[in-house]
Design a protein around this ligand. Structure first.
Ligand code: 13P
Length: 260
């Protein structure tokens, strides 16, 4: 049975105290689930990270940052260096979240610099990709996803593959105004992504987990996780209460077991 990935991005929600309480609850609730079967990760705000690392056993929950600069130090006001994240002993760095690309204007070329830097510093590197509604309507989703992967991973060596994760998050499916994507559509796009990763890195790319994110909720999580090319769920709103996230994880895991 393949390992299933479950994670949440806390975006600009939860202060230090709320993050700590959430993480403690999530560890307690999910502790009995074997970590050979699931990988669980949480990506809190920067200000919550230093408390988060002291309150969580990383064998249970991996912790990540929502962004990272591609330089170790310099005149980059407002940015966070890979060395600063290393100092905190973080596991994971997320690059290219839709909100970074579309609100803050990050480009594929920027994401590529960050991806290479994160991999060189040995972080698990989660590259997020996804087409806009306009691109979907023009029928160019596959081209967009392939471009984001080919530029995002330009010059990345196959030896880094074991530290690469990908999240497919269609821009139109994310957040309060998002429309949940049809399960067949998501599976089809995951197949496009997996094929492109093999083109880039060879067969070793079969090891790269490809997660789906965008309005994942209790009514679509089980259908999504049983698809052959979906390796995990990257959840926003539906994961921000520990009790609800625990239930979503258990239900999805059970649905996957019943179907495999
Ligand atoms: P929602 O699940 O709230 O749509 O957010 C998904 C997301 O952006 C995860 O990074």
């Amino acid at each position: 049975m393949k390992k299933l990935y479950f994670g949440t991005n806390l975006k600009m929600y939860k202060n230090i105290q709320e993050t700590t309480a959430y993480l403690k609850d999530l560890v307690n609730l999910t502790m009995d689930i074997s970590r050979d079967e699931i990988e669980l990760f949480v990506i809190p705000s920067y200000t919550s990270l230093s408390n988060a690392i002291t309150c969580v056993d990383r064998d249970y929950i991996k912790l990540g940052s929502q962004n990272m600069c591609w330089e170790e130090e310099g005149q980059y006001t407002g940015e966070i260096s890979p060395l600063m994240l290393k100092e905190m002993n973080l596991d994971l760095v997320m690059i290219g979240h839709s909100e970074r690309r579309h609100i803050f204007g990050e480009t594929d070329a920027t994401e590529n610099k960050k991806v290479k830097c994160a991999l060189e510093h040995n972080f698990t590197t989660l590259l997020c990709i996804g087409e806009t509604l306009e691109e979907k309507n023009y029928g160019i989703s596959n081209e967009v996803l392939r471009t984001q992967l080919k530029v995002g991973f330009h010059d990345v060596k196959p030896e880094h593959v074991s530290n690469i994760w990908v999240a497919y998050e269609p821009v139109w499916a994310i957040g309060v105004n998002g429309l949940p994507a049809a399960v067949d559509y998501v599976e089809e796009k995951h197949q496009v992504i997996k094929k492109c990763l093999i083109e880039l890195f060879g067969e070793v790319a079969n090891k790269i987990p490809v997660l789906y994110g965008g309005s994942v909720n209790p009514s679509n999580a089980n259908e999504l996780i049983i698809q052959p090319s979906i390796d995990g769920l990257f959840t926003g709103r539906s994961a921000w209460q520990a009790v609800a996230f625990n239930k979503l994880i258990r239900d999805a895991k059970q649905a996957h077991e019943l179907n495999h």
